[in-house]
Design a protein around this ligand. Structure first.
Ligand code: BG6
Length: 368
């Protein structure tokens, strides 16, 4: 079933272009989003005044990316909450609140209980799910299926990129319904989304180099990940992957937070992955992150940068630059996450660990 791959994870990482392609298939027509999946929810979209995204683990990081996109495109306040915290906060829910759950399996008990809570409180519910007919999908008012195909490895990879694609489709659809984005901008964003599969193929070509790097780092005790804006959830996901697979202490930080504490952790030789925003970023986040790199480099950090190809500003300060193709800011995470997935898998492999079945973890956690 692994079809020549050394693990399901290796296979599923390689299937990411297809996972995005299939999730978009039939849902973009004439530069517009077509989502018949929304069913009864469709008539309530105009009235929605707030969105809460609930999920666990990797799916929650897809949710964070969904927040950036939905707020920017549809101008609706979005918050992201871990499913298991959500109910205990006494959340404010009304019939105009849309609760979006994200779950690969559609069976995660924490997320299911949160969805049931939202339904009882009278909120609208939408699930983003990778498993046909799963419980969470059946309970929700509507479901947008991600078509990543079955994900066997415990650590989520292809489901994550498919979840982002589905959230972005929904965000662009909402923007169109609510008239918050000109048709030309929706069309441009859809073009970006449809260009992702081919760009993912290019990112996958970095795998041999990442395997080498990981091979040299098998005795590493801690790795830090920095990112800013949409790079922040990518940093969190990179750290989660490394914990899950390689049992290495790893932490993701928002780069701007560095000076408020985490920089104290930097000592000579400390590996730090930095997800670098595009130099074309209109908010000058690129310059800010490059200056973060200089700060930690001066304290001896070993910098592994994931940066746009041709980003000359990063080169002098990084020990290694992993290039990703050019993409619009919101779309960079779909590419930047892949080297981090591969790094975690290769480091675990270098340590002789089972990457498909890490210790203490289950693919679908059906207890609270
Ligand atoms: C965890 C898995 O237990 O559940 C993670 O180890 C996963 O990889 C998380 O992201 C959420 O699972 P699901 O099926 O709800 O997306």
């Amino acid at each position: 079933e692994k079809g020549g791959w050394s693990s399901f994870m290796a296979k599923e990482i390689s299937e990411q272009p297809e996972a995005v392609l299939k999730t978009l298939l039939g849902r973009v027509e004439n530069k517009k989003v077509v989502l018949p999946d929304l069913g009864v929810l469709a008539e309530h979209l105009e009235a929605i005044d707030r969105i809460v995204i609930i999920a666990c683990g990797t799916a929650s990081y897809a949710g964070m990316l969904g927040k950036y996109a939905l707020e920017k495109w549809a101008r609706i306040p979005v918050e992201v909450q871990l499913s298991h915290e959500f109910r205990y906060e006494d959340p404010v829910l009304t019939p105009n609140t849309l609760v979006i759950s994200i779950s690969q399996s559609g069976e995660t008990m924490d997320t299911l209980m949160a969805v049931k809570y939202a339904i009882e409180a009278g909120a609208r519910t939408l699930s983003i799910c990778n498993t046909q007919g799963a419980t969470i999908a059946r309970e929700s008012d509507a479901v947008i299926y991600t078509h990543a195909g079955p994900e066997v490895a415990v650590a989520s990879t292809k489901a994550f990129v498919a979840q982002i694609a589905a959230l972005y489709l929904f965000g662009l659809h909402l923007a169109s319904v609510r008239d918050t984005l000109p048709a030309a901008e929706i069309a441009a964003a859809l073009d970006e989304l449809q260009a992702i599969p081919a760009k993912l193929e290019k990112v996958l070509l970095t795998a041999p180099r990442i395997r080498e790097l990981a091979g040299w780092m098998s005795d590493t005790r801690a790795v830090l990940f920095l990112g800013r804006h949409v790079g922040y959830p990518v940093a969190l996901e990179g750290a989660l992957k490394l914990k899950e697979l390689a049992y290495i202490h790893a932490e993701g930080f928002a780069a701007g937070e560095l000076k408020h504490g985490p920089i104290a952790l930097i000592e000579p030789g400390q590996p730090v992955f930095v997800v670098v925003p595009s130099p074309r970023d209109p908010n000058s986040l690129h310059a800010k992150v490059v200056s973060n790199i200089q700060e930690i480099r001066a304290r001896g950090a070993r910098i592994l940068a994931v940066a746009e190809q041709g980003d000359a500003a990063v080169l002098p300060f990084a020990d290694e630059v992993i290039p990703i193709p050019l993409a619009g800011a919101l779309f960079e995470p779909l590419l930047a996450v892949v080297p981090l997935q591969i790094f975690a898998m290769e480091l675990a492999t270098a340590k002789g660990l089972d990457v498909d079945q890490p210790r203490n973890l289950a693919k679908s956690v059906t207890v609270e």
